[in-house]
Design a binder for this molecule. Structure first.
Ligand code: PMP
Length: 366
């Protein structure tokens, strides 16, 4: 064979991009993991039962392909959000939905827009597709520049609500204002809505340009199963069905998702504990005089201070100090708008006690 030049074979779009870098997932044990906003409690026991039942005594069901449309999961998603089943779609994590939406609705002439900061996967997905990516900065105090959003001319506007990585949330009226004014599709990424008091799913029937996405990863303790969903007008669902993998959710994920969404009581109790811990953590930051965004999620974005000042250097210093104590948070070194702060996932009371103890040590310079 002649000398093979792989670089020249890569598609134009992919040759110009780098992949998404997810939060650290350590292999070793002993970490207090507060970096990727996972649920700090195990999933409902009903989920474990459903998976065991599906596997059965000898795993015979695993020989067979799963439902290609994840039919029962779609039904359960629709029921949970009070929509007809034609409005629901199942996916391999909500990242899969985001990817499919961009695959179906973006190209070199159809651009994607979002607020800055937002979930940092969106620009990576847009680049794969060769689509232009527009970032609309928040105004002061995380206010939205509605005029810029309205006039950005993107084909799809991605609205992370509540926002990541700040944790700040916007009420339904704000979502409705954007969706009703925007001349394109609006995707509301509700990965964290289980910890907020609102959801845009109630608008899905009213607006044919609205897609709302959700995930079992944050609010249902199932990040390891990769179960996400979307709700939108059936015409949008039909387009997503065209571009998804034929079997984009495995058998175990499908039954786990159904069981999780069915056990409202278990999750209501656990989420209450997370919200109570969130309040205590905000009070802790108040006591230190550190700035943070009021959170509507299971995480808090805060700006640590040393000698009364905060900066990227100080944030990085605390992040590294905590890491050396095996307490893992998320620091976004390359994101200008948030590199002077750190994102902290809310853990169990014991995990949060260890976090606070370590922070106090750092504050005292020990
Ligand atoms: N949206 C946002 C805002 C997120 O933070 C995440 C998790 N990183 C996701 C979507 C994707 O979640 P998953 O693929 O686990 O469903």
């Amino acid at each position: 064979m002649k000398k093979f030049n792989l670089k020249s074979k890569i598609s134009n779009a992919v040759s110009k991009m780098s992949g998404y870098v997810p939060g650290e997932q350590p292999d070793s044990s002993g970490w207090i993991k507060l970096n990727t906003n996972e649920f700090p409690y195990p999933p409902s026991p009903k989920v474990v039962e459903a998976i065991a039942k599906e596997v059965g005594a000898n795993g015979a069901s695993l020989r067979l392909y799963p439902s290609p449309t994840s039919a029962k999961l779609r039904e359960q998603v629709a029921k949970y959000y009070n929509l007809p089943k034609e409005y629901a779609f199942g996916a391999n994590g909500s990242d899969d939905v985001l990817n499919l939406v961009i695959r179906a609705f973006a190209d070199d002439k159809k651009s994607i827009a979002t607020l800055d900061p937002s979930y940092s996967l969106y620009p990576v997905l847009a680049k794969i597709q060769g689509a232009n990516f527009i970032k609309i900065p928040f105004k002061k105090n995380l206010e939205i520049d509605f005029e810029k959003v309205k006039n950005c001319k993107a084909n799809v506007f991605f609205f992370t609500n509540p926002n990541a990585p700040t944790g700040f949330g916007f009420p339904i009226e704000v979502v409705e204002k954007i969706v009703s004014e925007f001349d394109g599709l609006v995707l509301v990424d509700e990965a964290y809505s289980p910890f907020a008091s609102y959801s845009a799913t109630s608008l899905v029937k009213k607006y044919p340009n609205l897609i709302v996405t959700g995930t079992s990863s944050k609010g249902w303790g199932l990040a390891g199963m990769r179960i996400g969903w979307a709700m939108a007008n059936p015409e949008i669902i039909e387009v997503l069905d065209r571009v998804r993998d034929s079997y984009n959710l495995d058998r175990l994920a499908q039954v786990a998702g159904v069981a999780a969404l069915s056990d409202k009581k278990y999750y209501a109790e656990k989420r209450k504990e997370i919200l109570s811990e969130r309040t205590k953590t905000e009070e802790f930051f108040d006591s230190l005089g550190w700035q943070y965004y009021k959170s509507s999620t299971n995480f808090i974005f805060f700006r640590p201070k040393r000698d009364g000042k905060s900066s990227a250097e100080i944030a990085k210093n605390l992040f590294e100090f905590l890491r050396s104590k095996k307490i893992l948070l998320r620091y976004f070194a390359s994101e200008k708008s948030v590199c002077d702060g750190i994102r902290l996932s809310i853990g169990t009371p014991a995990q949060m006690a260890s976090f606070k103890k370590a922070v106090l040590k750092w504050s005292k310079g020990k």
